[in-house]
Design a protein. Structure first.
Length: 364
């Protein structure tokens, strides 16, 4: 798809006019005056102007991580509020330990009484193929320590804690391992960009909403903010789509900022697959907003303030900044505008702000 700057060139428009005339001219020419003459030049000019007004030129750029990619689990706090495991009867515990001993002996691994309570958890965790003790020892003992501390908080003595760790070992390590998967990351040390010709065609999102949901004015504050993802919003003047959905109230408030800002020309929430920004392996990043002002273009990501410094968020920001750097070089070469990535904490977004004001508080 050609860029707006190219379509505005007289020589490009003239080629389009010639092509249109070839298409609409009948094989057998009509007598002059018997049919209404079409002003092709005027129609082409108006069509191009309308097209440019209703789109944002997005260069075709792929960003991929290269070099060494750090893979592993980041630190986190376990939510153990629902864990209330109780000690087993001594006879049942002995039977269970005997069964495990037999299994261990048959596999040739043996069975060992642990010196520390935390070791019962750590030993179970390193049995998983995706956990390397040498790489994750500090994290494993931190998680095991959280479990032991939690058990001590409601069990009456160390004997009961040991009983639960021995009898419920597999249930506990399975729980921890499942939570660890939510905190797995691949962090690239560098990124490589590939620029291809042309401009990406904008695609509207398709939304699924409850049958009873009616599009509501985006400027009206939402009382039930936890339900905002189920809502559909309308009333935009600068958004290129008639209706939009938001993932958070901060996104809705950011849309208000964009609509109020006189420098903003148009904006969209891009459809899935609109960008090819790989920030970790096969994981791709889709920015929340694409904004065009009178002088520049922006990828914008409103984010909860307590998540801004998270490693995955920063990895996405680094990859997006790389995309913007290459997009700027590509666009300026063809008479376009510069691109900037903004990572915006939710608590700085206010209706009376401007995009440039938020850019000054961005952590991107």
């Amino acid at each position: 798809m050609p860029r707006s700057a190219d379509l505005n060139k007289p020589e490009i428009q003239e080629k389009i006019v010639v092509k249109v005339k070839e298409i609409i001219t009948p094989a057998q020419k009509e007598l002059e005056g018997t049919v209404e003459q079409v002003n092709v030049d005027e129609i082409v000019a108006k069509t191009i102007a309308l097209r440019n007004e209703l789109t944002i030129d997005i260069p075709r750029i792929t960003v991929q991580p290269v070099g060494d990619v750090k893979r592993g689990y980041r630190e986190f706090k376990l939510d153990l509020a629902s864990v209330r495991l109780q000690p087993a009867d001594n006879e049942i515990l002995i039977q269970e330990l005997h069964r495990r001993k037999q299994v261990r002996l048959m596999s040739g691994t043996g069975i060992v009484t642990e010196a520390r309570l935390e070791d019962y958890v750590v030993r179970g965790l390193i049995d998983f193929d995706d956990i390397c003790y040498d790489d994750h020892a500090e994290l494993l003992y931190d998680l095991a320590g959280q479990v032991v501390a939690h058990l001590r908080s409601y069990l009456k003595d160390e004997t009961e804690v040991l009983n639960v760790l021995q009898y419920h070992q597999q249930a506990l390590v399975n729980l921890i391992h499942s939570r660890m998967k939510d905190h797995y990351e691949e962090k690239a040390t560098a990124y490589e960009s590939h620029v291809s010709g042309g401009i990406t065609t904008l695609r509207a999102n398709s939304y699924s909403v409850p049958e009873e949901e009616v599009a509501r004015d985006f400027r009206v504050p939402v009382a039930d903010k936890q339900d905002i993802r189920r809502m559909l919003f309308c009333g935009f003047g600068k958004c290129l789509y008639r209706v939009q959905k938001f993932d958070s109230d901060s996104e809705r408030r950011f849309a208000v900022v964009l609509e109020n800002d006189r420098e903003v020309l148009k904006w969209i929430k891009p459809a899935k697959g609109q960008f090819r920004i790989y920030y970790a392996g096969d994981e791709t990043y889709e920015p929340d907003f694409v904004v065009e002002t009178k002088t520049a273009k922006f990828l914008c990501e409103p984010k909860a303030a307590n998540e801004v410094n998270a490693e995955d968020v920063q990895a996405k920001a680094k990859a997006a900044a790389e995309w913007c750097s290459n997009a700027t070089a590509h666009e300026l070469e063809h008479g376009g505008k510069s691109w900037t990535y903004l990572l915006i904490p939710h608590d700085v977004i206010a209706d009376n702000m401007t995009l440039s004001g938020l850019a000054g508080r961005s952590r991107g």
